[in-house]
Design a protein around this ligand. Structure first.
Ligand SMILES: NC(=O)c1ccc[n+]([C@@H]2O[C@H](COP(=O)([O-])OP(=O)(O)OC[C@H]3O[C@@H](n4cnc5c(N)ncnc54)[C@H](OP(=O)(O)O)[C@@H]3O)[C@@H](O)[C@H]2O)c1
Length: 280
């Protein structure tokens, strides 16, 4: 069974499905099998990163798949240690070699690392790689509005996407409003809060029972109704299918408000505040 996932259009015209597959920890042959089963189920957007050390696994799954390359959307990310312009240029090429792909559909700066003050250089490298056809769309992860404003001021171009931590315990309302006003799509990482206590939450459980759905499905439907792309990771074919079986019901405004009330100021999974946290 294959499910058709709706798409949205980014500010540069690229279309992306509203749900993709997260691939953190999907490596090697088991990882390629898991990604292949996701593509068979209907996933077309695959999220990897240089630092996950599985760009090769993702490339292998793309080659195993019968879906034409142009129907897939493959994302990778530039690590913090390679943000200097020359290193970023080489790393994008290395990312492509690792995956054995000719281009990425989307390439993101993984973290702003503002203390290093190199993310504008990195952005310039992404812009140049886009011009030369190595990347179709460019974006960022974990950027605060002030970081994005600086990119736009210094290079004249803003990202198509900002991939940020977003789940019911950390719903990023202010960020969502800012991104909507600035026409930048939000992509939610750890959309299921890594299957933590959120999957045992009573409010979500009541809503799930009412719709005859699972809590994961309610959460992923909530992301969709917020207008965010979500990228749940699952190694299991059953849960992969479960996570995209969300287009046959909708949450009411009251239910959306009930979920909004679950957010907490300290709701981040690992307290990674992009203003200070650094990842290399
Ligand atoms: N840009 C960034 O800084 C950043 C940071 C973190 C993550 N990411 C990306 O976002 C992706 C998703 O985030 P994540 O992997 O941290 O967390 P997540 O997708 O919120 O949760 C993944 C966990 O949930 C389980 N799971 C998935 N579907 C389930 C279901 N229906 N019922 C019960 N459990 C379920 C998975 O286990 P099974 O595999 O056993 O199903 C796994 O343990 C990552 O894989 C990565 O691609 C990006």
């Amino acid at each position: 069974m294959s499910i058709s996932i709706p798409e949205i259009t980014l500010n540069d015209g690229l279309t992306l499905p509203v749900i993709g597959l997260g691939t953190y920890s999907l490596n090697g042959n088991a990882g390629a099998n898991a990604i292949t089963s996701a593509i068979d189920a209907g996933y077309r957007l695959i999220d990897t990163a240089y630092n996950y050390e599985n760009e090769g696994t993702v490339g292998e799954a793309v080659r195993r798949s019968s879906i034409p390359r142009e129907e897939l959307r493959i994302t990778s990310k530039l690590p913090g240690r390679y943000q200097a312009y020359d290193k970023a240029v080489t790393t994008i090429q290395e990312s492509l070699y690792r995956a054995n792909l000719d281009y990425y559909d989307l390439y993101l700066i993984h973290w702003p690392n503002p203390k290093q003050d190199k993310y504008v250089e990195a952005w310039q490298a992404l812009l140049d790689a886009k011009k030369s056809g190595l990347i179709r769309s460019i974006g960022v992860c974990n950027f605060l509005p002030e970081h994005i404003e600086r990119l736009e001021k210094e290079t004249g171009t803003k990202p198509s996407i900002n991939q940020i931590e977003l789940h019911p315990f950390f719903n990023q309302e202010q960020q969502r409003i800012w991104h909507e006003e600035n026409n930048i799509t939000i992509e939610s990482w750890s959309p299921l809060a890594r299957a933590s206590a959120v999957l045992r939450n009573e409010t979500l459980g009541r809503i799930a029972d009412y719709h005859n759905k699972t809590i994961s499905q309610v959460i992923l439907r909530w992301h969709y109704q917020l207008g965010a792309i979500s990228i749940p990771k699952s190694s299991s074919p059953e849960r992969q299918l479960e996570n995209i079986s969300i287009f046959d019901f909708s949450l009411t405004e009251t239910e959306m408000s009930m979920i909004a009330e679950l957010t907490r100021p300290d709701g981040r999974i690992n307290n990674q505040d992009p203003a200070t946290y650094e990842e290399f």
